[in-house]
Design a protein around this ligand. Structure first.
Ligand code: ASP
Length: 301
């Protein structure tokens, strides 16, 4: 048996976007189910491929669809982890199409765990990743709108309400609806190996150089012999909870659906807005979130 679960981020998603996103999730799951049948591919290959497919979609906040930082640039975080403790990540990387694949190279080709900024970009070039700087028009338009909100001192709502101190860098705070869109995948392959991967553009108007939960082991991504998990939501709060580490720890005693519910319950008590997906050592997949909605889907073969 092999089982995969993927997410396309949590938050308040408009009805139309929710349906469109669900269709993409289903399409990706159909393709990945075929990939899972290939006995030569491991859980790491499968989660990387699933996340790559989501990174290539404008719909999700990762890779090509990444939201933009305060300066209007896409600065991305991504990580990947296997149940033997292997881990690799990139933080604040730019000008690459698939950050999670660079994270895998960090894991397999270096003695390090995390590379960031220009170091990560230079490393990606050495590893053969070509320059990719195209930004979707929709993201550029939204960035302009948000920057205008800042100038007009409009009230903060949703995810952007987390940037309370941004007013030190601008005149005031700004508004948007609660909205995330990070992508992630957790898989147990047919040999029983587990891996997890996560990729994100972060949160709108984050400061240049900000590192979220995604590239931090145990925060945005975690895997061990008990299971694997990938998180989405307010990065700063997720790091404080070490949310995916906590979720996987709970998988020692509970099947994935319960473990993830419990981890999100604990996070909710701490005011952490988040979503989780995961697979446990028996191959049970689950999800939990305390936001209005979350894009997710799973397949078993
Ligand atoms: N967790 C991501 C971050 O804070 C955002 C998201 O999940 O969309 O960088």
């Amino acid at each position: 048996m092999a089982h995969i679960i993927i997410h396309g981020g949590a938050g308040r998603i408009d009805k139309d976007r929710e349906e469109a996103g669900n269709k993409i999730i289903e399409k990706i799951l159909d393709e990945i189910t075929e990939v899972m049948r290939d006995k030569n591919l491991t859980a790491i290959d499968i989660v990387e491929k699933a996340v790559n497919m989501m990174e290539d979609e404008e719909m999700f906040n990762a890779g090509y669809g990444s939201v933009l930082n305060y300066d209007g640039a896409a600065e991305m975080d991504a990580s990947i982890m296997a149940d033997d403790g292997s881990f690799g990540s990139v933080a604040s990387i730019y000008s690459v199409k698939n950050p999670v694949s660079v994270a895998r190279k960090v894991m397999e080709e270096t003695d390090h765990l995390i590379l960031n900024g220009k170091g990560a970009v230079d490393f990606a070039r050495v590893m053969g990743f070509s320059e990719f700087t195209r930004l979707p028009e929709g993201r550029k338009k939204r960035w302009k709108e948000l920057r205008k909100c800042l100038d007009k001192n409009e009230t903060a709502q949703g995810e952007l309400r987390y940037w309370k101190k941004l007013k030190h860098f601008s005149n005031d705070y700004y508004k948007d609806r609660e909205k995330y869109g990070t992508v992630g995948a957790v898989c147990m392959d047919i040999t029983g190996k587990i891996a997890a991967a996560t990729s994100t553009g972060g949160i709108w108007l984050k400061l240049y150089g900000r590192v979220g939960d995604t590239p931090i082991m145990g925060a945005g991504t975690y895997a061990s012999m008990y299971g694997g998990a990938s998180a989405t939501g307010h990065g700063e709060a997720i790091i404080k909870q070490f949310l995916t580490k906590r979720a996987v720890e709970l998988m020692k005693d509970y099947p994935a659906p319960e473990a993830l519910e419990k981890a999100v319950e604990e996070a909710t008590e701490k005011g952490c807005s988040c979503g989780l997906i995961g697979v446990d050592k028996c191959g049970n997949a689950g999800y939990a979130f305390n936001t209005t909605s979350m894009w997710y889907g799973s397949r078993k073969i």
